[in-house]
Design a protein around this ligand. Structure first.
Ligand SMILES: NC(=O)c1ccc[n+]([C@@H]2O[C@H](COP(=O)([O-])OP(=O)(O)OC[C@H]3O[C@@H](n4cnc5c(N)ncnc54)[C@H](O)[C@@H]3O)[C@@H](O)[C@H]2O)c1
Length: 428
């Protein structure tokens, strides 16, 4: 079977490898020439995907990459894994999906299956994507081509999360579309969860991510309340999670990060307005989570104040730019905001992150582009007035840190296992 996977990012690349390993002939299509070149030469640009995993399927001639959408002509299935960000007004930006639809449509052959994997609001597949493909090809969905939606559930950095073993929701535009899509995914995925429509599949993905956003907001709120009461939220969660039923632990942090949780809930909020519905729960969770960096900066100010220092003029090291431990993904990372808030208050800010040696240019955090991670040694670390732990990478030596610095603000409970030292640790 020949499959084209459009978008070779955090979602598309592992999926392409999984299908290739399962015996399909996979062509990865991307507009980014450097990604295409790296895949074709067996190199990886995603930290948790080993280069040898790519070269293995390359050598077996199961995977190749290209920028040429002409390959669509010979594909039996096309899977779309392109970004779905928010625009600068924090509204859904499905332009990458629409652009992909426009590019594949002229090459689409009768009987081809098109599946959308990107996270988006209900209706995108059967309204927006369908319309652009139908307008730019001579084919009608459900008649000329099959159309389905199967949202991705990738968990980057989790060594136990393997694409093949994560159950996959699949919804089709028609029953025949669903059947075609389940046939495709059963090649590579062990358990499929068919649902009655593309809209249900899209809605289920949003529920999963909103569930996380709301529960993270809850523990973030409890963190502030319990701290005022002199109670450690981390100890509370450890105790509560021993309940064998009806409880699932979520952990507080310095704010939401990554491509999904800070963004996806607002896809629903926006769409809900079209139906005259308010999404107060989602908005409230967003409000609390968005406030977290400000709260953390307040704790930084308290910690400095306790040593008769001001934020202005202090040297502060932010530890961790990636939005979660042990990955190199720094999209939407709250660390950028923390650095900006501190710098705006007059602090001299540096960062350390072995996964992000240099900060890439981004539209949102242009001021930090090109900044390099400091090197990890006693002399450098001890030159800071305070270290703010924003991400708890497991490769960081927290014992050394405790010995080298006097003040630590810890948003991840990274110092929990470190024996008491001269460093004062402030949880935040
Ligand atoms: N990263 C995750 O953990 C994760 C998990 C679940 C779902 N998702 C969702 O999956 C989708 C993709 O996310 P990602 O993290 O892989 O994004 P990404 O930015 O890592 O990768 C997207 C890729 O698509 C390419 N692209 C953009 N427009 C294109 C076009 N018109 N034609 C071909 N290629 C194009 C980009 O160059 C990039 O390589 C998003 O909707 C996201 O919300 C992501």
């Amino acid at each position: 079977m020949k499959i084209c996977i459009v978008g070779l990012g955090y979602v598309g690349l592992p999926l392409a490898i999984q299908f290739a390993r399962s015996g399909a002939d996979v062509i990865g299509l991307d507009i980014d020439q450097s990604k295409v070149d790296q895949v074709n030469s067996g190199r990886s640009y995603i930290k948790h995907i080993a280069a040898k995993t790519i070269s293995h399927v390359l050598k077996a001639k199961r995977l190749s990459a290209s920028t040429d959408f002409g390959h669509i002509k010979t594909a039996e299935a096309i899977i779309i894994c392109v970004p779905t960000p928010l625009n600068k007004n924090r509204e859904p930006d499905i332009s990458f999906i629409i652009e992909t639809g426009r590019k594949i449509a002229p090459h689409l052959q009768k009987g081809t299956l098109v599946v959308l994997e990107s996270t988006t609001y209900p209706g995108t597949t059967e309204q927006d994507l369908r319309q652009v493909i139908e307008e730019n090809s001579k084919l009608k969905a459900g008649v000329g081509f099959y159309l389905a939606c199967s949202p991705e559930r990738e968990d980057p950095g989790n060594p136990h999360s393997v694409v093949a073993t994560i159950p996959k929701i699949v919804g089709g535009f028609t029953p025949a579309c669903l059947e075609k899509a389940t046939q495709l995914y059963s090649l590579a995925i062990k358990r499929l969860v068919p649902v009655s429509s593309c809209r249900v599949a899209e809605a289920a993905k949003l529920l999963e991510n909103i569930f996380r956003s709301v529960n993270i907001a809850l523990v973030n709120e409890l963190k502030m309340v319990y701290d005022a009461m002199g109670i450690d939220i981390w100890e509370v969660i450890e105790a509560a999670k021993t309940k064998p039923f009806g409880f699932m632990p979520f952990f507080p942090g310095p704010g939401l990060g990554g491509h999904c949780i800070p963004i996806d809930p607002f896809y629903l909020t926006w769409k809900a307005r079209e139906y005259g519905c308010n999404t107060r729960f989602i908005e409230l969770a967003g409000e609390i989570n968005t406030w977290m960096p400000e709260y953390v900066v307040r704790r930084v100010a308290d910690a400095l104040n306790a040593r008769s220092k001001a934020v202005r003029g202090s040297r502060i090291l932010v530890l961790g730019i990636a939005y979660k431990p042990n990955v190199d993904d720094e999209r939407e990372s709250p660390s950028y905001l923390l650095m900006s808030l501190l710098a705006d208050r007059g602090a001299e800010v540096e960062y350390y992150d072995p996964y992000v040696p240099v900060i890439k240019p981004t539209r949102e955090h242009a001021r930090w582009a090109g900044k390099k991670s400091i090197t990890w040694n006693r002399q450098t670390i001890s030159s800071f007035d305070l270290v703010l732990i924003a991400t708890n990478h497991s490769c960081v030596n927290y014992r050394e840190l405790a010995g080298w610095t006097g003040s630590i603000v810890d948003t991840r409970n990274a110092m929990a296992e470190v024996p008491p030292s001269k460093a004062k640790v402030w949880k935040a």
